[in-house]
Design a protein around this ligand. Structure first.
Ligand SMILES: [Zn+2]
Ligand SMILES: [Zn+2]
Ligand SMILES: [Zn+2]
Length: 168
């Protein structure tokens, strides 16, 4: 079976998330809808700080605590999934895939892809005395569009600093 790498096109979205909130009896607020809209647009991980920065202008009194409380609620309701990157908690819409999976994470834009490969399948025989209760596996790198942008930027710098160009 060929391992599949999938775009997160089928992940939860704002509309579905709002339905979950409603079905659990949580109030619909503009703030909550705007937070969810941010995640829908990103299609990848965002930190609480990034959410705060994005919404600060629309909600001048908005605090980090409020954002964090909402993100924690979304996580509890399985709307968002969480990971930690460089010691900072990051959130994204829950993947639609019901079975065990891991992510490829772009370090530049935060976009993620789902992978069905699990390294634990090969590691299970490493220490038979150790009772495994869970594991974390993430692959970091750059998505295709970030790679392209980085290349373009490099070329622009090369043109700007013509000193590396022979005869310039
Ligand atoms: Zn996922
Ligand atoms: Zn990227
Ligand atoms: Zn796994």
């Amino acid at each position: 079976m060929k391992p599949a790498v999938r775009k997160r096109g089928l992940s939860l979205n704002k509309k579905k998330a709002l339905l979950i909130l409603k079905s659990k009896g949580y109030k619909h607020t503009d703030k909550r809808e705007d937070i969810l809209a941010l995640f829908e647009k990103r299609q990848g991980y965002l930190s609480a700080k990034e959410v705060l920065t994005a919404l600060k202008d629309a909600y001048p009194g908005l605090s980090f605590d409020t954002i964090y409380r909402n993100l924690s609620l979304f996580k509890k309701l399985m709307i968002l999934e969480e990971t930690e990157l460089d010691g900072e908690k990051m959130f994204q819409f829950q993947c639609s895939t019901q079975h065990h999976h891991h992510h490829l994470i772009c370090l530049r834009c935060g976009k993620t892809k789902t992978i069905d490969v699990c390294p634990m399948q090969d590691l299970s025989k490493v220490d038979p005395d150790f009772q495994v209760t869970g594991h974390k596996f993430e692959v970091y790198g750059y998505c295709r569009s970030c790679q392209k942008e980085m290349q373009r930027k490099e070329q622009r710098e090369w043109v700007l600093h013509g000193d590396t160009q022979p005869g310039a």
